[in-house]
Design a protein around this ligand. Structure first.
Ligand SMILES: Cc1ncc(COP(=O)(O)O)c(C=O)c1O
Length: 362
């Protein structure tokens, strides 16, 4: 029996009738750009995470970029972030004209190590961009304190962490603003691209509303250079249906993770920080035999994936930053050892058993 790495059709099948109706309602409405559904979804998402404002945009990448733009971060500024993340986290910083400055991670959690961050703060630093990798909140208390002590913005990359929390407070409600992605595989995923910015800062929200519409607050009057980056009306309608199921689906992910935790014996398992609610966008193990394990799982027809094989400080696109191998040992160790196993709503008990057996039999 084959086990897919992720099968989105299973969760979408559960809500297929509601999705069809939501899509047809948009088609019948005749309002296809920034209509009623985007407005309602913005309100519902802000309420779910616990922020005052939400601005729907075209992708998680644009959400990150627009936050930094609205914070007036640009040439001559530095933003500290992790090299162990998807490229969008750091290329958004570069796209604003600012310099991504990397700090190392804490290995059990794969998230930014506050001690490493503190060593990278300079007079040019404007923000700390924390990523809640794999669905696990970063150490937001320590990073928040560092940001406050040094007069920096704390920005959250929540692309993988819809519904994760720390001490009962949702990831996405800690910093000046948070970026979420609705890429289909994310814990809350659309049927296409999408993203949102959440914030409690009214001026920031208004500026991002203007930036997503070519820098215009009123039609055909452009105060600044912006872009066309709107959450699509049909995606918003789909996301409204799926948001209602998010907690249930996250609990399903957490249940699968608890079974993996009990049954997998032959690898280093995820170890969440105390007080965090990890929602397991990915279930990522570590082993020095990673490449052999990956080959063995693939031979058995079990999907698995390496997030991420090359840390960002070693990516050719950041050659200009002059980092070298050895600069961030923990991120490099993670890149060499991680393997993400199948975990998705609708995964069957039998499939979980097959994965555990295959991992243990290496
Ligand atoms: C950590 C992280 N940040 C940002 C993004 C970018 O989101 P999007 O694909 O919606 O642009 C992703 C998407 O994979 C991500 O995983």
């Amino acid at each position: 029996m084959k086990v897919p790495f992720c099968d989105l059709t299973r969760q979408n099948k559960e809500v297929a009738d509601e999705l069809k109706k939501a899509i047809m309602d948009v088609i019948s409405s005749g309002n296809y750009i920034l209509g009623k559904e985007v407005g309602l979804f913005e309100k519902e998402m802000a309420k779910y995470i616990g922020t005052r404002y939400a601005v729907g945009v075209a992708s998680g990448t644009d959400a990150l970029y627009l936050i930094l733009r609205a914070l007036k971060i640009g040439a001559g500024d530095e933003v500290i972030t992790t090299p162990f993340t998807f490229i969008a986290t750091a290329d958004s910083i570069a796209r604003c004209g600012a310099k991504p400055v990397f700090a190392d991670i804490d290995l059990p959690t794969f998230n930014l190590d506050p001690d490493s961050v503190s060593k990278k703060i300079t007079t040019k630093t404007k923000a700390i961009l924390a990523v809640h990798l794999f669905g696990q909140p970063a150490n937001l208390s320590a990073l928040g304190e560092l940001a406050q002590e040094n007069g920096l913005y704390l920005v959250e990359d929540c692309a993988q962490a819809h519904g994760a929390s720390l001490n009962g407070k949702m990831a996405g409600s800690f910093g000046i603003a948070a970026a979420f992605s609705f890429f289909p595989t994310k814990p809350l995923g659309g049927i296409g691209d999408g993203g949102i910015v959440l914030t409690n800062d009214q001026a920031l929200a208004q500026d991002i509303q203007s930036l997503r519409a070519h820098g215009a607050k009123r039609k055909y009057f452009h105060e600044q250079i912006g872009l066309n980056s709107r959450l699509d009306e049909i995606q918003a309608a789909i996301l409204r249906v799926k948001l209602k199921r998010l907690d249930e689906w996250n609990e399903e992910r957490r249940h699968i993770a608890s079974l993996y935790n009990q049954k997998i014996k032959k690898a280093t398992l995820p170890r969440p920080l105390e007080g965090t609610k990890h929602i397991y966008h990915c279930y990522t193990i570590r082993t020095s035999e990673r490449d052999a394990l990956k080959r063995a799982l693939e031979r058995e027809g079990i999907g698995c994936s390496i997030y991420y094989p090359t840390p960002l400080h070693l990516q050719p696109c950041f050659k200009n930053l002059s980092y070298k191998a050895g600069d961030f040992p923990k991120s490099e160790e993670a890149a060499n050892e991680v393997l993400s196993l199948p975990i998705f709503p609708g995964m069957k008990q039998e499939e979980i058993g097959i994965v555990c057996e295959a991992v243990n039999s290496l």
